[in-house]
Design a protein around this ligand. Structure first.
Ligand code: FE2
Length: 381
């Protein structure tokens, strides 16, 4: 189906392309974060966000270099890794960026072909294809650079029954996990520096064959003070969707610039986790200490006129501060956490799609006004 037909109400510019399957990218795989204290991060991911620690690698499993926990909820996997050594690549990443996403895993048909084609088409290798084995089977793995210090790991895991990679062992959790209804990763957003959005989108076009899905200009996404531009790239089967944001000029500091100032590079801004019941997911996360952005109650005054009939109760949505947006295919519900570390960098989104394929364009203004209030409280606006 042509993108033009799917998204008639959005501005389609000459850079729009249909996705083609060049590298055999099938879906997101695990996202690995380098953090200061993986043990304590794992506790937050489990108790607050509802991820179950399913596997680990550490001194106790024979890993002398780093500790790493595989956290899973539904099909969403987040790996939290901390180094034992001061001069490791993990430690230097954490020193510069704080806690942040190092690797966006992509499940591929063939890790050798994905890697070699990517290199041929202009990507930089960070890991030549390797085969890893343990009692759970065999994996092939390779990796390339993307924006900032972030990488994509190509993971071929058809012949593997373990949770993540060979060497990781099943984890015996101390606590029971109460899941929050997360089903999978819906999309992963990257923030890049001034004028880097188009080259980054071009990289995904040329190297991956990804298409452009939607585009937002500063006219769509501005508030009184700051602005951003965004384009969404996606793979052929729509399982991998990655908006790329760059700052735009406004009266004051763009929130994307604030991110870059604290992350000290381009990097992953947020991961959207999909749920089939956003009210329950948000309610349970909130009652376990997850902080979400505060949506002004005025947002709900004319919500019914804006989105029409929906299955959810408007009062419940207002009570939990959940945002709603409609496009030509249906509607979606979404909400954003505050940054989940001290630096104003990475946060999560919770999203429930009821037909809509977009990213909540109609919410951008309300959302960014709320984010700016936070930014202002930090003295960074
Ligand atoms: Fe998002």
């Amino acid at each position: 189906m042509a993108l033009q037909e799917e998204t008639p109400k959005f501005k389609n510019k000459s850079s729009d392309k249909n996705a083609v399957d060049i590298l055999g990218v099938q879906d997101f795989d695990a996202v690995e974060f380098y953090v200061g204290n993986a043990y304590q991060s794992a506790y937050y991911y489990q108790r607050a966000l509802g991820f179950k620690p399913v596997a680990w690698s550490s001194l106790k499993t024979g890993n002398r270099k780093y500790a790493s926990y595989v956290m899973q909820q539904g099909n969403a996997k987040i790996v939290l890794t901390s180094s034992y050594e001061p001069s490791s690549e993990i430690s230097s990443h954490q020193l510069v960026h704080g806690d942040g996403a190092k690797s966006i895993g992509l499940r591929v048909k063939d890790a050798q072909i994905a890697h070699d084609k990517a290199i041929e088409r202009g990507a930089k290798s960070v890991l030549e294809p390797i085969t890893m084995k343990d009692d759970y089977g065999e994996i092939r793995l390779s990796a390339i650079e993307t924006y900032g210090d972030t990488i994509h790991k190509f993971i071929e895991r058809d012949g593997y029954d373990g949770h993540y990679l060979p060497g990781y062992q099943p984890f015996q959790p101390i606590l029971e996990t109460e899941e929050r209804g997360v089903v999978r990763i819906d999309h992963i957003v990257g923030n890049v520096n001034w004028n880097q959005m188009d080259p980054t989108v071009q990289f995904y076009h040329e190297v991956f064959g990804f298409g452009t899905f939607l585009e937002f200009s500063p006219d769509d996404i501005n508030t009184q003070y700051s602005a951003l531009s965004s384009k969404v790239v996606r793979n052929y089967n729509d399982r991998v969707k990655m908006p790329i944001n760059e700052p735009a000029f406004g009266l004051k500091t763009s929130q994307i610039e604030e991110y870059i100032n604290y992350y000290h590079a381009a990097g992953v801004q947020h991961i959207a986790l999909s749920t089939n019941n956003i009210i329950e997911t948000v309610k349970n996360m909130k009652s376990n200490g997850v902080e979400f952005i505060e949506v002004p109650q005025t947002y709900y005054d004319d919500l019914k006129q804006r989105v029409g009939d929906i299955k959810e109760d408007f009062n419940e949505l207002a009570k939990h501060g959940i945002l709603v947006d409609r496009d030509e295919r249906g509607y979606l519900l979404q909400l954003f956490t505050k940054p989940i570390q001290d630096r104003p960098t990475f946060f999560f989104e919770v999203i429930q799609r009821r037909g809509a394929q977009g990213f909540g364009k109609g919410n951008f203004k309300a959302l960014f006004e709320a984010i700016e209030r936070e930014q202002s409280e930090r003295g960074n606006l």
